[in-house]
Design a protein. Structure first.
Lengths: 342, 305
């Protein structure tokens, strides 16, 4: 194969990768379908109980119970229920929310998802840049002594889940210094839309959640980058560049970072699940309008349809991102050939 | 070589290496120190402090830690050196009881997850074929599914779990990364001389895997173990801060949940969420340092840096 030709994804690899993707989604969907079936609680009775507790008394309770059971499809044989469930998932039909009856769950998720994805992409980009720069400087021979001490000290935070850093930042910047708002994803007195006030408010509310994710994730990239940099440092082309008398800074950017940064992208595929769930918890403590708040409210309201739907969407989101990373990787790094390509 | 010569040789090697022992690096020692001191606090605390103070109403409400005042201007008392929260639980007692619970969940999950991972990883890498395909695909699939989401579904539909159940549930999501790590290592070690030698001399697959190859992987295994202890604790704390997780015993995550839920931030009761947050943070930092230290043991290239 010509080395300059654009890498192609071989069909067998694509097929394998897609099969793994579908197995992942189906196994996840099956797990979150089986678990509630193991529970002794009858969803129809639970629904009736909720009606009874809000209305005080329910007429024709027996009839309603039967109707609810038919409506939930509980009278069908199990395998049929399972197939219907899979069909519903494929069409993103998760039923209706019990707490916000009769809003469809998919509508609630559609409202929350952009916030989560926006926050995720923002914090990911920032932490990727900071982390890789920090990692490169940690391994680089020319880095000033002071930075070699400061960067590892800053990396102490990496092991902490973002919820803890979130609490600390919230206390410091929102509660004590009152520089930034404490919670929510935009101010109470702005109208959502494309106006400056709203955009400013969104940015202002996004800083703390994003920051709490960045300070705990950048070290992950930094550690990986440092490892890759130590490997690159020993390579012949770096030695040659040094021997040629190129400026050290130029060698760092052109020769070392550019080669070391690529494998970092695969590391992302492994980490994304943890990142998504970490962010969901951050959203919960900041009452940010994303999936985290949706799930937390659903837990408080015992709104199982929402929990199931939101969990499925998050798992799907993770699986899709991993798939995308795996598929685009050979386009970014031509050194990598998928199994099966020549 | 006679036995005594062998011994003398070993002793000489030991003396030479005394100052160069990779296992004695600062990171590893500091990290171990932090984790041990948390455990020590829990052990000594149970001896010298009244752990019944974790119950609701066993202490005055909203007392600040020593040296601080709360919003109403109440001073601290020596009876509750770390303060109390708003349903009258003593913070020190919560810390003494909660911290080891959190750690135990992580350790149970990763011990079990690690065992599964070692067995699956070795079988996948060493035996290959369909076994390998099956294990590889299964671990690829399971590594993508975020444990927190499945556990949220589990907890909201099944309900109450204890510390041990929690650890076992988490273990179901902790075996994938050791499996992949060990499989990769085994694949590269399979071709090495001593493994082929062992095969030629007729050792059984079991012996080759667990007696010949396993000891070489020990630094990796420790590193992986610590990494999944961290992941397990992060997930458990995540569940607890959502108000799920073990309900009847205090855990650090649950203390944080109650603090957020009772608006401790607005009421300026920083000790309520701050003490569990800081102790969890130091726990994670300790685990990270151990992991970095083990990295240096496994990867000599890092030692100079």
């Amino acid at each position: 194969m010509n080395a300059n030709a654009a890498p192609k994804i071989p069909f067998s690899y694509l097929k394998n990768r897609l099969i793994t993707f579908f197995i992942t989604v189906i196994i996840a969907a099956t797990i979150i379908w089986i678990i509630p079936r193991l529970s002794p609680v009858d969803p129809a009775e639970a629904m009736l109980g909720r009606m009874a507790s809000s209305a005080g008394f329910v007429e024709n309770a027996d009839q309603i119970l039967l109707d609810l059971r038919t409506q939930f499809g509980l009278n069908e044989p199990l395998w049929q229920q399972y197939l219907i469930y899979l069909k519903n998932l494929a069409t993103f039909d998760f039923g209706v929310s019990v707490a916000n009856f009769p809003t469809p769950v998919s509508q609630m998720i559609a409202a929350a998802l952009p916030w989560t994805i926006g926050l995720m992409i923002l914090s990911l980009i920032i932490s990727f840049i900071i982390g890789n720069a920090a990692g490169a400087f940690m391994a680089w021979e020319e880095t000033p002594k002071l930075w070699k001490v400061l960067i590892p000290a800053g990396m102490i935070f990496t092991s902490i889940p973002p919820i803890l850093s979130g609490l600390l930042l919230m206390w410091l910047f929102a509660s004590q210094l009152e520089w930034l708002p404490l919670s929510g994803s935009y101010g109470l007195f702005v109208t959502p839309g494309w106006n400056w006030q709203f955009i400013f408010s969104v940015v202002e509310h996004g800083i703390l959640p994003a920051l709490s994710i960045v300070i705990v994730t950048f070290g992950f990239w930094a550690l990986g980058m440092r490892g890759l940099m130590t490997t690159v440092q020993g390579e012949d082309y770096v030695q040659l560049a040094k021997a040629k008398g190129l400026r050290p800074r130029y060698i760092l950017y052109r020769y070392m970072i550019r080669n070391a940064i690529l494998p970092q992208i695969t590391a992302f595929a492994l980490k994304i699940g943890l990142m998504v769930t970490g962010q969901i918890l951050v959203e919960r403590i900041f009452s940010y309008n994303g999936m985290g708040k949706l799930i937390y409210d659903a837990i408080l309201n015992q709104d199982f349809a929402v929990i199931q739907g939101a969990s499925y969407i998050i798992i799907l989101m993770t699986a899709v991102s991993v798939l995308i990373v795996d598929l685009i990787y050979p386009f970014i790094d031509p050194r990598i050939r998928h199994e099966g390509s020549k | 070589m006679t036995v005594s010569e062998d011994k003398a040789q070993k002793l000489r090697m030991k003396r030479l290496k005394r100052f160069d022992n990779p296992w004695l690096n600062t990171k590893l020692l500091t990290g171990t120190g932090i984790i041990l001191s948390i455990l020590l606090l829990a052990l000594l605390g149970r001896l010298f402090w009244n752990t019944d103070l974790v119950y609701i109403g066993s202490a005055p409400l909203n007392l600040p830690p020593l040296g601080f005042d709360n919003i109403r201007g109440d001073g601290a008392s020596w009876a509750h050196p770390l303060g109390t929260q708003s349903s009258g639980r003593d913070m020190l007692a919560l810390l003494i009881v909660g911290a080891p619970n959190t750690l135990i969940i992580g350790i149970i999950a990763s011990l079990l997850g690690m065992t599964i991972g070692i067995v699956l990883g070795f079988y996948a890498g060493f035996i290959g074929g369909i076994t390998d395909d099956f294990i590889r695909i299964l671990s690829d699939v399971m590594i993508t599914i975020p444990p927190l989401m499945v556990l949220i579904v589990f907890q909201t539909s099944i309900g109450e779990v204890g510390i041990v159940t929690m650890g076992l549930l988490l273990a179901g999501f902790m075996w994938q990364s050791p499996t992949r790590l060990i499989r990769a290592q085994v694949l590269s070690m399979k071709q090495s001389g001593y493994v082929r030698m062992a095969k030629l001399s007729g050792a059984s697959s079991f012996d080759i895997m667990f007696k010949e190859m396993l000891p070489n992987l020990i630094p990796y295994l420790f590193g992986s173990f610590i990494a999944i202890v961290t992941t397990a604790i992060v997930t458990a704390v995540g569940l607890e801060t959502l108000g799920l997780g073990p309900q009847r015993v205090p855990t650090l995550g649950k203390v944080i949940y109650e603090a957020i839920d009772s608006a401790a931030l607005l009421r300026n009761m920083w000790w309520w969420w701050g003490i569990p947050t800081l102790s969890l943070a130091s726990m994670f930092i300790g685990l990270l340092l151990i992991n970095l230290g083990l990295d240096e043991v496994a990867n000599p290239r890092l030692r100079k840096v």
